[in-house]
Design a protein around this ligand. Structure first.
Ligand code: BDR
Ligand code: CA
Length: 316
């Protein structure tokens, strides 16, 4: 069965791998990709996305929409150059695409396509939840119109990465994230609890370059180049040696095939105030939890299987 997927992202290094996975997957049709601020600006993320689509050559049109340039409240802190380089994709310069971004703003596109295809679409969010929150403000029935939402974000019991307790996508717009958690979406949260356990290594990339068919050689070369600065960052951040977590790729993988994950349902809120805890996920794991819609949280994952599945779309 063909899965119809919408992607909202902030095309940085790990977003790029997630996009390539979706665009190369034979059972996935990507109906469009929207971008927002985060790893880089919304405009730069869109430019990166156009180039990634060109690299993937999916064989069908994938429109690109630009969305939020700042969070619902306050300003954007600026690009995360330390993690994702000067252009969001580690400074790697991919060939330009002929394709242009669509004129329609990202939240309008999400609402329009969800109304056109009610109950059919999976939205995968790989960045801040600002575009989805803005779409929800336009169309409060969005939770019924979308089949499901898969979100890379948060940390339920694992430490944060943007602060001791907060993950970057949630920390980047806690107000938007909390609106989304409360809206009643059929939502799967894929957070640092599991993305940190699925580690892509230089050895995986070397194996990929040995086993990829000629038409995917450019993808393999890009991954080798783009992951180098990401491995460096992760060595300094977490003492990882030539390996990195797979945040966005794991969320995309589980959106397509949830079977490598183990899940629990719980109400989830986001701390929007606080001195030390802004952006923290507050997941109620008590037997009798607080009132509120239940969110599905990925709590464990078969890491080896996830990695091999991830790379399988590029191999022969
Ligand atoms: C998330 O933040 C960004 O740096 C990554 O692209 C990912 O979406 C991980 O915390
Ligand atoms: Ca991202």
């Amino acid at each position: 069965m063909l899965r119809k997927i919408l992607i909202d992202c902030d095309t940085g290094i790990d977003d790029a791998l997630a996009l390539l996975y979706a665009l190369k997957h034979p059972q996935v049709q990507v109906l469009g990709i929207s971008t927002g601020f985060g790893n880089t600006s919304a405009d730069q993320a869109a430019e990166n996305t156009l180039r990634i689509i060109r690299l993937a050559q999916p064989g069908y049109e994938v429109p690109v929409f630009v969305g939020a340039s700042k969070p619902l409240e306050g300003d954007w802190a600026g690009p995360n150059v330390k993690v994702h380089g000067i252009n969001g994709i580690g400074g790697v310069v991919l060939p330009r695409s002929e394709q242009k971004v669509s004129a329609e703003p990202a939240p309008d596109w999400i609402v329009r396509i969800a109304r056109q295809m009610p109950g059919e679409l999976t939205l995968v969010t790989l960045g801040r939840l600002t575009n989805l929150a803005l779409a929800l403000q336009q169309e409060p029935r969005l939770p019924e119109l979308l089949k499901n939402v898969v979100t890379m974000g948060g940390a339920v019991v694992a430490p944060g990465n943007a602060s001791p307790v907060a993950e970057a996508n949630i920390m980047g717009d806690p107000e938007a994230a909390d609106l989304v958690m409360q809206a009643g979406f059929n939502l799967l949260l894929v957070g640092l609890d599991v993305t940190h356990r699925v580690q892509l290594s230089k050895a995986h990339l070397d194996a990929l370059s040995r086993h990829c068919p000629p038409e995917n050689q450019a993808i393999s070369d890009f991954l080798q180049e783009v992951m180098e600065p990401y491995f460096d960052f992760n060595r300094h951040a977490d003492h990882f040696l030539d390996r990195c977590p797979t945040h966005d790729p794991l969320a995309m993988l589980l959106a397509v095939d949830p079977t490598p994950g183990i899940y629990r349902k719980m109400p989830v809120r986001v701390e929007c105030g606080g001195t030390f805890c802004r952006g923290m996920i507050v997941a109620d794991r008590r037997t009798v939890p607080m009132e509120g819609p239940y969110i599905t949280v990925c709590v464990d994952v078969d890491a080896e299987r996830a990695l091999e599945t991830l790379l399988s779309v590029f191999t022969d």
